[in-house]
Design a protein around this ligand. Sequence first.
Ligand code: FAD
Length: 517
Amino acid sequence: FLISIFHKADSGCNNSVTTPLVSLPPHEIFSSLQTLPLDGYFSIRDNGDAAKDFGNIHHFPPLAVLHPKTVSDISRTLKHIFEFGLGSELKVVARGHGHSLQGQAQAQGGLVINMESLQGPEIRVHNGEFPYVDVSGGELWINILHETLKYGLAPKSWTDYLHLTVGGTLSNAGISGQAFRHGPQINNIFQLEVVTGKGEVVTCSANRNADLFYGVLGGLGQFGIITRARISLEPAPKLVKWIRVLYSEFSIFTRDQEYLISLKNTFDYIEGFVIKNRTGILNNWRSSFDPKDPLQAGQFNSDGKTFYCLEMAKYFNPDEAEVMNQSVDQLLSELNYIPSTLFFSQVSYVEFLDRVHVSEKKLRAKGLWEVPHPWLNLLIPRRKIHDFVEQVFGNILKDTSNGPILIYPVNQTRWNSKTSLVTPEEDVFYLVAFLSSAVPFSTGSNSLEYIQTQNKRVLEFCSHAQLRVKQYLPHYSTQEEWQAHFGSRWEAFVERKKAYDPLALLAPGHRIFQKAM
Ligand code: FAD
């Protein structure tokens, strides 16, 4: 029946774009998908999860969900939608673990591809001079950690939370306390396998199909679906010394942070966060930090004041404890934190990396995990960070905050500028992450509306004060805003869209491209 309702523009050419003569009702689109010979299957009912994400703000029900078993399931489906011109009706999105914040992994009335059901070959570790692991795009980072550790190896760059998929973080960046040294996760990838918006399966790397490779890394799912990734590894430590110190002066805190990230021999992980109106530095859902002296830490009361916590970690093996301790003492002796606020903890490498999961379990048990999360993540040039902090913490978020606020610098010089990720144009910039949780049905300062208004005020201030801030995990409503976000790199982004997804089938939740190019 497809032939009777579509006009094929060029039936001889594989990549021909066909124009729909009539709009197809959803059930006919679904019927046409079901004619495809797949190893996996489509579901049309009980797809509630595909209309949800961690943000819990947007809920866009799809028409159907594809549960692919093989890469060719994804390729066949996309080819079918592309060649038969279903794209004007049926947008397609890859869904990793659904931990987006603003519906980025959803497609209203479209097709969601459940990447976690993709059964690639097993996670495969390759030892050698440049060790790496080959994984499926739907694999969770926590599984990769456990598998690579069997070989004494691990990826170099992480996110704070590991229950996210490879495709999900690589389409953004993957930033954590190791990024000052190794760059984000997208800088630690040797090769990708991608299914483009035309259904083609392409292997790409820095030397082969490099334009697609760099386009997809940080590309917000716009150019293709990552079905496999080859991730660079390093020898994994067994233990981690985990340290927190406090500052009352922001300028001293940042001076120390910037000093530490400028050193060659420094900590393996450097982050920081803001403490506002809190009793106890343990009062932070983001981590399972359990210092040697919990009483002292538990009694710490910020009492209306703002404090800044510098968080550092040093990796080591049991036989290296002495050298590690000397090195930590030496580094700490050069810092200017409040002397009575030095808190140590020692944990296994896995406990350290999987720290947020411990808190997740606690919050889930209290029903506090699946609340709305109006998060705001910003990348702020070093030269503007003081203006930002003065105005935002001094005026906009004066009284309270609704969750952890991370703040730490990274070295842009160690980041690859060829990927699609846009960052401020300065050698050092800060990640500032407002990880707010809203209380459902509240009308007060912890309500979704209140926090969203605060976020808007922060963004308006950045814009008026011309801080040249970039959003991380960006969210915009119009193409003009996206154009401003990408700045001088917008044209290249559009060209890549034309080349790899000309019908603009992919990842509609970002609202970057609404129609065929
Ligand atoms: P999804 O939400 O399923 O998808 C996200 C986007 O990626 C969508 O646009 C989707 O279409 C696209 N996508 C998914 N899979 C693929 C694929 N295979 N190919 C192409 N595109 C794909 N980020 C950091 O950088 N650092 C952190 O420390 C960090 N901590 C976090 C902690 C928590 C508790 C949460 C909820 C999020 C955190 N994030 C962090 C953000 C997180 O990295 C992103 O939200 C990421 O996209 C989530 O991965 P996911 O697998 O859930 O992706």
